[in-house]
Write a protein that binds this ligand. Structure first.
Ligand code: IPM
Ligand code: MG
Length: 353
């Protein structure tokens, strides 16, 4: 198949890990006889430096002409002055919203090879395999906000419509049907009106998906259960902010934030694929970054946007073989133990392909 992939590598470790994911996709193309074209665009801090805009129109246009977007990471200390009027993160929110990528899929599983590395007891990690479905284009990230004139007041607004909750809940129910048929909805319905609407909507939609077992957990309790009984979760649906927080927490179960990919999708096959981790400016340019999250994001791109399931699985099993061989980047190496560089790790994945 022919496909055009927009590559926005961004800031910090973004370019290092994105380059590796592109190499993996190129290898897949040659192995399976596909024709992938990669087009690079500016986004994030680097885009601010070069154009003054974290998401230039030129980048949006280029993405519109592509089948999917591969995104590294944006941000860094250089652009994080709280009084700055433009920030790299604005580009990220804008691109999600522009393409109405309202469902963010974040799979989290524990790798047997990394169980020793995770801070939880190994027996708690057995069988951990969950999928977060995070609402991505609404809620408090996009409600009216203001930092008011006197500088002493500020507000953000958490608003959801039934339609917004319904469309993301539909994605979650369908995902659950293809998995262990369990959906856990996270909210704060005991306090927030918006979260009561959230819960009502998820409950009403359950009629159409009654083969899925549904339960509800308040977000504060959920933070605890994620650590005390992580294997009990299958699909978890959460709003934009709780989904952001809980998925970082859950990354501890996988051994490192450097392991977790994500897919942001809407109503078509077009999607945006990015690791959950940020730009990690502290290790940028040192060859220390773990390219796994980015490479697994490329696998999700193959699966969802290009509908190439076999190719996606080939990438995932190449990564597992690399881990099984004992190859470790710094973030997943045992304390004081040996680790290899981003390039060496990615080379091992390529060899396994
Ligand atoms: C994420 C990140 C972003 C978010 C930031 C960088 C704006 O934390 O993708 O999880 O909050 O959505
Ligand atoms: Mg986050």
């Amino acid at each position: 198949m022919k496909a055009t992939i927009a590559v926005l590598s961004g800031d910090g470790i973004g370019p290092e890990v994105t380059g590796k994911a592109v190499e993996v996709l190129q290898k897949i193309a040659s192995k399976f006889g596909h024709d992938f074209t990669f087009q690079e665009g500016l986004m994030g801090g680097i885009a601010i430096d070069q154009t003054g805009d974290p998401l230039p129109t030129e980048t949006i246009n280029m993405c519109e002409g592509s089948d999917a977007i591969l995104l590294g990471a944006v941000g860094g200390p250089k652009w994080s002055d709280p009084t700055a009027s433009v920030r790299p993160e604005q580009g990220l929110l804008k691109i999600r919203k522009h393409f109405e990528l309202f469902a963010n899929l974040r799979p989290v599983k524990s790798y047997p090879q990394l169980v020793e590395h995770a801070p939880l007891r190994p027996e708690l990690l057995q069988g951990v395999d969950m999928l977060f479905v995070r609402e991505l284009t609404g809620g408090i990230y996009f409600g009216p906000r203001q930092e008011q004139g006197d500088g002493d007041h500020a507000y953000d607004t958490l608003i959801y419509s039934r339609a917004e909750v319904e469309r993301v809940a539909t994605v979650a129910y369908r995902a659950a049907q293809g998995r262990r048929k369990k959906l856990t909805s996270i909210d704060k319905a005991n306090v927030l009106a918006s979260m009561r609407l959230w819960r009502r909507t998820v409950v009403d939609l359950h009629e159409d998906y009654n083969d899925v077992a549904l339960d509800h957990i308040l977000v504060d309790a959920a933070t605890m259960y994620l650590m005390t009984r992580p294997a009990s979760f299958d699909v978890i649906i959460a709003d934009n902010m709780f989904g952001d927080i809980l998925s970082d927490e859950a990354s501890v179960l996988a051994g490192s934030l450097g392991m977790l990919p994500s897919a942001s999708i809407g109503t078509s096959t077009f999607g945006l694929y990015e690791p959950i981790h940020g730009s990690a400016p502290d290790i940028a340019g040192q060859g220390k970054a773990n390219p796994t999250a980015m490479i697994l994001s490329a696998a999700m791109l193959l699966r969802y946007s290009l509908q190439l399931e076999e190719e996606a699985q080939a990438v995932e099993s190449a990564v597992e073989q690399t881990l099984a061989s004992g190859a470790r980047t710094a973030d997943i190496a045992p304390r004081g133990g040996a680790y290899i560089s981003t390039t060496e790790f990615a080379q091992s994945v390529l060899n396994n392909l």
